[in-house]
Design a protein around this ligand. Structure first.
Ligand code: AVJ
Length: 321
């Protein structure tokens, strides 16, 4: 690998001063090149993800919402009165409304998210709509060690909520680590978990290669974000979106493929990519109901109900902590 120090490009400080910048440099230096999908979600990326959820090919969101609606009564009975909901990666706090609407006098909602501003705004809206609900946002990275406030007096069960098959973004080892942490902070309560299911690869392929190209734009936004935030010089038309099902590893992989040999200036250094080389941007693991339950047992949960839609596209699990 050739690395020149006399290139133009962004000021090294803009890159070194940001976690995204440091991780992107690392991603371009290492082999294979790979970066965490958490960097998809700046304001533009979050907007694109919301559009993905509306796509005809992208079944996970609407299927999970349908399961949660159908099972809301059962879920509320399992949670019991005065439950405390802890959501991992709450974002705009919209899915939790399905639970809050069904639960018996929910006592407190603890949304955890890395973006503090986003979280404060979403919390204010929920407080307005749910009188009597204490909303206590926790600005934290839930993949690191997590400290939650003690249970409030008179509170019922603590119920974790991790929807959307976000678990699938983790490697199997990271997923186990996350679930062990969740079992610890939820001890005595339960985790309500959404997990996308293994299925016909053609359906999976379509969901990550939509006809309108929104998923491609979402993937490419990672480079657009680097140009905006880090002053990088990615030529977006020189990269192609690639998403495919890796059957042995039970996961969709997303990559950005270099359309030709090119140089990328970043942080005062120059990185080369040959034609056809890729930056691996996301893994989205798929699960079997039994595989997910076995993983939960390994992490210290006792699996309860597992619900799926009639086509068995998506699953929602009640795991006793
Ligand atoms: C938010 C991680 C569950 O893996 O399906 C959607 C993200 N990536 N289309 C998923 C995503 C491409 C999504 N998760």
């Amino acid at each position: 690998l050739k690395r020149a120090t006399d290139t133009h490009g962004p000021a090294p400080s803009a890159v070194q001063g940001s976690e995204f910048g440091r991780d992107l440099v690392q991603a371009l230096v290492q082999r294979p090149r790979a970066i965490s999908p958490k960097y998809f979600y700046d304001a533009e990326g979050s907007r694109l993800f919301d559009r993905i959820c509306e796509l005809p090919e992208y079944y996970p969101t609407r299927t999970e919402v349908a399961i949660l609606r159908e099972r809301a009564g059962e879920i509320a009975a399992l949670a019991g009165p005065r439950a405390e909901i802890v959501e991992f990666g709450a974002g705009s706090c919209t899915k939790v409304r399905l639970l809050l609407d069904a639960l018996e006098r929910p006592a407190r909602y603890l949304p955890i998210d890395i973006s503090a501003e986003h979280l404060a705004a979403a919390a204010a809206v929920l407080r307005r709509d749910y009188a009597g609900l204490e909303v206590h946002p926790v600005a934290a990275d839930y993949t690191q060690r997590l400290l939650l406030p003690a249970a409030t007096p008179g509170a019922g069960r603590r119920v974790g909520f991790f929807p959307g098959s976000t678990l699938g973004n983790f490697s199997p080892e990271e997923a186990l680590q996350f679930l062990r942490m969740a079992a610890r902070v939820l001890r005595g309560g339960a985790l309500l978990l959404g997990a996308d299911l293994v299925k016909d690869p053609a359906l999976l392929h379509a969901a990550y290669n939509d006809a309108q190209g929104v998923t491609a734009a979402f993937n490419l936004n990672l480079l657009a974000r680097a140009n905006r935030e880090l002053g990088a010089d990615f030529a977006l038309d020189q990269f192609a979106h690639a998403a495919f099902y890796n059957a042995p590893l039970q996961r969709i992989e997303m990559h950005l493929v270099s359309r030709r040999a090119q140089r990328i200036a970043l942080g005062g250094e120059c990185h080369e990519m040959a034609e056809g080389e890729t930056l691996h941007t996301e893994n989205s693991h798929k699960f079997t109901v039994e595989g997910l339950r076995a993983l939960a047992v390994k992490a210290g949960f006792r699996p309860g109900a597992a619900w799926a839609d009639a086509r068995r596209l998506f699953s929602v699990h009640w795991l006793h902590a």
